[in-house]
Design a binder for this molecule. Structure first.
Ligand code: GLU
Length: 388
């Protein structure tokens, strides 16, 4: 999870070494005849491949592509129609991304997520572990909503929000929202010649929110400006800076890097500080892990809690549940367990090599990952860090 975040301006953060999540709207990828804009995708991937940092692509366009194959002249009306279109379109979309990335000597991976995947903790941990594994291997995850299974109530609905949640999940440095608007305006530029683009927004005040209320230019995009600002809020509060820029340029990344139009929303905090605050606020642990002195020292110096340092497991909990941590001198913190209580009990005290033997499968790494763990004694330093 990135710690070097806060004050990067758009151009330098796009060049930087941190993880970048790029969200691409349907109208940028698919032209009016339902064809993919391959040349545009090539340029984008070339630019992204030039960056030192890793990238996650959140790509819309499945419904827009599938619509043509199903012979639908207009945007699908019913959810079932949209889902069928997405099923047809997604396979083409993923294939195209895979080919375009291959030209940059990079492998792409398809990751389809629903809202529930990021809201239910065991699935959240699975999604994060998969994405982190791909990124560690320099594979480019290409994410979309799993449109075929999500029902009306459990849809992200728009990929702006999905992209923000993915950026939050991974502690990304920056989220780039490419759509058909080049930023947030003081008024609708189509109606008001005096409308001005706002270059930088440090705080999402009610006045700023009100600017998204009308049917401004972003109304043309799938999500609209209101959904973009909702995504911005999720991201900046999680420590991820956001750049809103137009994707209509042939080379949108190059344009932002050259100082072209955009609106920049700097992160309000650092990703790790935001996550630790969230972890600290969780209540009602379902169980308890008792640490030996060595394990306590390891987690105090920023390490994960390994099974070998766990002396006892109490309570009944599932993977991803909150557990209290108790050191030799009493309660010392809390965290999300990567194992359910049965497995945790079986591997407590064992070193990593033995875990696979006991569980008949490769383990899931540490008992509590360092990003999922908070120590009560750290509170003051975190408060300092989050306001830094
Ligand atoms: N998941 C939808 C698709 O691939 C797009 C949703 C959105 O554009 O926000 O067509």
């Amino acid at each position: 999870m990135s710690e070097s975040n806060a004050g990067l301006a758009p151009a330098s953060s796009l060049e930087g070494s941190g993880l970048l999540v790029v969200k691409i709207g349907s109208s940028l990828l698919v032209d009016s005849r339902g064809q993919l804009r391959r040349r545009w995708m090539d340029t984008l991937c070339r630019r992204l491949a030039e960056r030192a940092g890793e990238v996650v692509v959140v790509s819309s366009g499945a419904i827009a592509m599938g619509r043509r194959a199903l012979g639908l002249a207009r945007r699908p009306r019913s959810l079932a129609e949209a889902q069928a279109a997405a099923a047809v379109g997604q396979i083409h979309l993923a294939g195209a991304w895979s080919e375009v990335w291959a030209q940059q000597d990079r492998t792409a991976a398809q990751v389809l997520l629903t809202l529930g995947d990021l809201e239910q903790r065991p699935r959240y941990l699975n999604a994060r572990a998969t994405l982190e594994m791909l990124i560690a291997r320099r594979i480019v995850p290409v994410v979309n909503e799993n449109d075929t299974v999500a029902t009306e109530e459990i849809r992200f609905g728009d990929n702006d929000r999905l992209a923000a949640r993915v950026a939050q999940l991974l502690g990304a440095q920056q989220l780039l929202l490419l759509s058909d608007v080049d930023g947030l305006y003081t008024a609708d530029p189509a109606l008001d010649p005096a409308a001005r683009r706002i270059g930088r927004v440090d705080s999402l005040t009610p006045e700023i929110e009100a600017l998204a209320g009308g049917t401004g230019p972003a109304g043309l995009g799938t999500g609209g400006m209101a959904s973009k600002l909702a995504a911005v809020r999720i991201a900046v509060e999680a420590g991820v800076g956001v750049i809103l820029a137009s994707g209509h340029e042939d080379d949108p990344i190059g344009a932002v890097q050259a100082g072209g139009p955009s609106t920049w929303f700097p992160a309000a905090t650092r990703p790790l500080a935001a996550r630790k605050r969230w972890l600290r606020g969780l209540q009602h642990p379902c169980g308890e892990l008792v640490l030996d002195g060595g394990a306590l020292q390891a987690v105090r110096s920023g390490g994960s809690l390994l099974a070998v340092g766990v002396r006892a497991v109490r309570g009944c909990f599932r993977r991803g549940d909150l557990v209290g941590l108790t050191g030799p001198h009493g309660a010392c913190g809390q965290g999300l367990s990567a194992y359910d209580s049965d497995d945790a009990g079986r591997i407590a005290g064992l070193d990593s090599a033995r875990i696979a033997e006991v569980l008949d499968q490769a383990g899931r790494g540490p008992m509590v990952h360092r990003d999922d763990l908070v120590l009560f004694s750290d509170q003051r330093s975190e408060n300092r860090e989050s306001t830094a």
